[in-house]
Design a protein around this ligand. Structure first.
Ligand SMILES: C[S@@+](CC[C@H](N)C(=O)[O-])C[C@H]1O[C@@H](n2cnc3c(N)ncnc32)[C@H](O)[C@@H]1O
Length: 269
């Protein structure tokens, strides 16, 4: 974790904030408590969990929303199986896969894959990212249910979030006799020098500031390749070196990022 943050909660959300803080051994402050002027505040309130960057006059807010805004727009008009991430993972037509997203972040890519019918197990180690994503999922499920949006409900029900380190989790799966082998392992660790251009959105810039660069990203490759049934897909900024120095079978190169595909076996039709 690069930057410090404090966790605050209103009385209405105290119980869930307390559970989260116990899980990650973090102190919890109420909204009035004085703190050491941390720039970032993770706030639990009656509406949602959000990250606040207090530097600007008008503080910037980051939260996860699967129901409205850009993710909803991408779900409806984003190009479906023609999107680069879908092509790289191999989702198409009736081929639905079980994808392990071992670096879930804010669940953007996982949501795209779940929209296309995949079941996605998401692993996230950063407490801040985990809190934001868990809240987005929970709120999304509630809102979809209330609105009677069965399609969105089914999409979100295909997404499961686990708080853990991806390498450790995959190694545990490899050591366990009754684990389920994912069809595809998807990796998108934060590149330490992701340029501001690659992180065009202000919200993503503050996310990177809090989570930091994933300097140990290379460690993910070996267990991912051992665990995946068909392929490993690595998303990287276009200019970034290969993960763990491994040559991919295929590269899909976009404007600012690329997908490196490491094939093990041909995907089922
Ligand atoms: C660039 S973000 C992923 C963005 C994600 N693909 C999305 O669409 O929202 C990278 C995330 O991977 C997480 N991460 C990096 N290494 C990890 C590891 N070994 N285990 C679990 N999470 C990891 C970071 O905490 C960060 O939240």
């Amino acid at each position: 974790m690069k930057s410090g943050f404090v966790v605050r909660s209103t009385i209405s959300s105290w119980e869930s904030a307390e559970r989260f803080c116990r899980q990650f051994s973090l102190p919890l402050l109420d909204m009035q408590a004085k703190h050491n002027q941390e720039v970032f505040q993770l706030i639990f309130d009656h509406q949602n969990v959000h990250l606040l960057d207090c530097r600007a006059k008008k503080p910037l807010t980051l939260m996860v929303d699967f129901v409205t805004g850009s993710r909803d727009h991408r779900r409806k008009f984003g190009g479906g199986a023609g999107q680069a991430v879908a092509k790289a993972v191999g989702v198409k037509g009736n081929r639905t896969l079980h994808v392990l997203d071992a670096t879930a972040g804010l669940g953007g890519d996982a949501f795209v894959l779940a929209c296309l019918g995949s079941r996605v197990t998401m692993i996230e180690r950063s407490p801040v990212a985990y809190a934001l994503l868990a809240d987005g999922l929970k709120r999304g499920l509630l809102q979809a249910e209330e609105a009677g949006d069965d399609e969105l409900l089914a999409i979100l029900q295909r997404m499961t979030l686990v708080p853990n380190d991806g390498s450790d989790w995959m190694r545990d799966q490899l050591a366990s006799s009754d684990s389920e082998q994912p069809d595809v392992v998807y990796l998108d660790p934060m590149f330490p020098e992701k340029s501001k251009k690659a992180l065009a959105k202000k919200e993503m810039q503050i996310f990177q500031e809090v989570v930091g660069g994933d300097e140990d990203a290379d460690k993910l490759f070996e267990p991912a390749f051992a665990l995946a049934k068909y392929r490993v897909v690595v998303k990287r900024p276009k200019i970034a070196p290969l993960l763990n120095g491994q040559e991919p079978s295929v590269q899909l190169v976009g404007k600012s990022s690329r997908f490196d595909v490491y094939a093990k076996k041909k995907l089922p039709e």
